[in-house]
Design a protein around this ligand. Sequence first.
Ligand SMILES: NC(=O)c1ccc[n+]([C@@H]2O[C@H](COP(=O)([O-])OP(=O)(O)OC[C@H]3O[C@@H](n4cnc5c(N)ncnc54)[C@H](OP(=O)(O)O)[C@@H]3O)[C@@H](O)[C@H]2O)c1
Length: 331
Amino acid sequence: MVLTKRPEGPPDASCFALDKQPVTELGAGEVLIEVDHLSIDPFIRTSLNSESYHTPVPIGSTVTALGVGRIIESRAPGLEPGDGVFGPLGIQTIARLPGGILKKVDEKRAPLTAYLGAIGLTSGMTSYFGVREVGAVAPGDTVVVSGAAGAVGSLAGQIAQIEGGRAIGIAGGADKVDYVVGELGFAACIDYKNEDVAARLRELAPDGVDVYFDNVGGEMLDVLLDQIRERARVVICGAISQYDNMDAVRGPSLYLRLAERHARMEGFAVTHFAPLFAEAEEQLTRWLEQGKLALREHVEYGVEKFPVALRTLFDGGHIGKLLLCPGRTAP
Ligand SMILES: NC(=O)c1ccc[n+]([C@@H]2O[C@H](COP(=O)([O-])OP(=O)(O)OC[C@H]3O[C@@H](n4cnc5c(N)ncnc54)[C@H](OP(=O)(O)O)[C@@H]3O)[C@@H](O)[C@H]2O)c1
């Protein structure tokens, strides 16, 4: 799936085209991978712009995406046909890549798709570092998580509760609220599409919020800033409400609450914590094995479905982790 033009606002199918290329002979150090599942991440949207924090996709090139797959053929040391790998596979059915940029995964401990979800870089690891290193969640903290029914949000709230916090989610719609409370075990969840978030939050957290884990940005950030406690931590994980219009990002107007309440706001990218990746992966895998982390998967099938999958991420049409299975049709 290649980028044919840069989107202005929400991308639609006219920005992309399917391009069929023959698989050519592998060079030394390269591997051929059958792509199993791709992670549909918000950074894919910003990488379609001509300037982006994440490397922009050149016009005519394969759209960037992280994924898991299985090696079909290898000329790279340490990687054999049949091995499961994680890496920047791109929106395609077969990937030919240098073996050195791939990570072999341990399928005895977790299924392939868990390496995109509960223990994946852009979901589990992001939540782990955001809650522990940036939010410094401590026992008894009230932790509010926006985008709570999505991949990062689902895991951030569960990890906050493992750390002894009380998680309150914010998500759009009754089905998502049921999932967040019923399946994930958050203490509560506010339906921002049908409820007054400020009023509900005052009921649920009358003493204020210790940690706000923000995935959404925009106006919601102000609603939360108004209700933080002394010494609160506001974690800027992302701002999905702003990614379709990065030239005119709307920031918070109530930032002086940080000064009034001796609080701090700190952003991060998961890659800032690279030295701790191995530790995080081990801990997340253990929690998964112990049944402490749940995450639903929503899978779209067929590489041609990529534009639909990308829109689904922004329209909130999925619960849990959004994946694209490029090479198979729906079961
Ligand atoms: N800092 C890092 O290194 C890092 C790494 C990975 C991801 N992230 C960030 O983490 C956040 C979540 O990513 P994800 O992959 O887990 O996506 P996700 O939460 O699975 O999906 C995005 C969700 O955002 C909500 N949303 C979309 N537009 C919205 C709007 N205008 N207002 C409020 N909610 C909106 C939708 O849920 P509703 O139906 O509830 O609206 C949607 O389901 C993103 O901001 C992403 O950029 C950061």
